[in-house]
Design a protein around this ligand. Structure first.
Ligand SMILES: [Zn+2]
Length: 301
């Protein structure tokens, strides 16, 4: 009798464990996403909308700036600018529900070195990433290009046990994705997925509002002329900057409309106003359409 009761408990326990595994692994498992940008504003510009959507569903998003942005202003530079920009992206990430990290590498001086390859590899492993994002390596800015190269260089190494053996390697290779850009040579950006961000557009624009040094003040190529002294004019300037970004995501929706149709259907896609899009990197895991929809769980509603 006693043995029989024990067996029954063991059986119930086994069933419960199994259902936890099923719900934990296949239904409720939270995704882990790590995004790399060269400067403290690049990730926020490229993936802020989708980051906010993942975060709202309990998935974990980290936005990493590979340089500290310490020459990205016309009036100020060095440590004080780096710390100002770190605070800006921390505020942006708070709005988006993401985690921000800024690496202490000088702006304008990023190299695809072995040391940096190790750093990027460790960050991806430590985050236990399912998805890794970065720029394509044919961008105009050397820091953007080398961020792209460094992420590509890590795309296989994250799975190799004896590369950086101090940080446990990933058993499953993440999916690597590129942000869109307008460069045509040697090959243009080709979207594999487009996501409507209409539901989070205000939050997305609020996050960009916090990056004052870059957009309101104009960053490296700005000037004192951009910043009015009267409060009414300042407010006008803020709205102007916000409107510029609003139209940026509107033009992405228009540019990638055919891809939106593939994911949302003709009718729904026609109504999408704002979007973000991504291209699957040939390195890393190559997801099929079904897996892509699990990684971007936004198409049911
Ligand atoms: Zn940048």
């Amino acid at each position: 009798m006693k043995n029989h009761t024990l067996c029954t408990f063991a059986l119930i326990g086994l069933i419960l464990t199994w259902s936890n595994v099923v719900s934990g692994e296949e239904v409720k498992r939270k995704l882990r996403i790590i995004c790399f940008g060269a400067h403290p504003d690049d990730c926020e510009l490229q993936v802020g909308g989708v980051a906010a959507m993942w975060s709202a569903r309990g998935h974990k998003v980290k936005l990493v700036s590979v340089t500290n942005g310490d020459i990205g202003h016309w009036r100020e530079a060095g440590g004080p600018l780096a710390s100002r920009r770190t605070k800006e992206v921390e505020a942006a990430s708070k709005i988006l529900g993401a985690t921000a990290e800024v690496l202490d590498i000088h702006d304008g001086e990023l190299l695809p070195s072995l040391e940096n390859r190790r750093t990027i590899t460790r960050l991806i492993r430590e985050w236990k990433a399912d998805i890794v994002m970065g720029p394509r390596p044919n961008d105009y800015h050397p820091d953007h290009r080398y961020t792209g190269i460094l992420v590509q260089d890590a795309a296989y190494m994250v799975t190799v046990p004896f590369f950086c053996p101090d940080t446990p390697h990933l058993k499953s290779n993440p999916v690597f994705l590129y942000y869109p850009d307008g460069f045509q040579k040697p090959n243009p950006f080709q979207p594999d997925i487009a996501v409507a961000i209409d539901g989070v557009i205000e939050k997305r624009l609020d996050a960009l509002d916090t990056l004052e040094s870059q957009f309101y003040e104009g960053g490296a190529n700005g000037s004192a002329d951009l910043i009015p002294s009267e409060p009414a004019k300042q407010k006008e300037r803020k709205l102007e900057v916000r409107a510029r970004f609003q139209s940026r995501y509107e033009s992405l929706a228009n540019r990638f409309r055919p891809k939106l149709v593939e994911f949302y259907g003709e009718e729904k896609a026609r109504g999408v106003k704002y979007a973000e899009a991504f291209e699957i990197c040939e390195y890393g895991r190559r997801p099929n359409a079904e897996e892509l929809k699990k990684l971007f769980p936004f198409f049911d509603k």
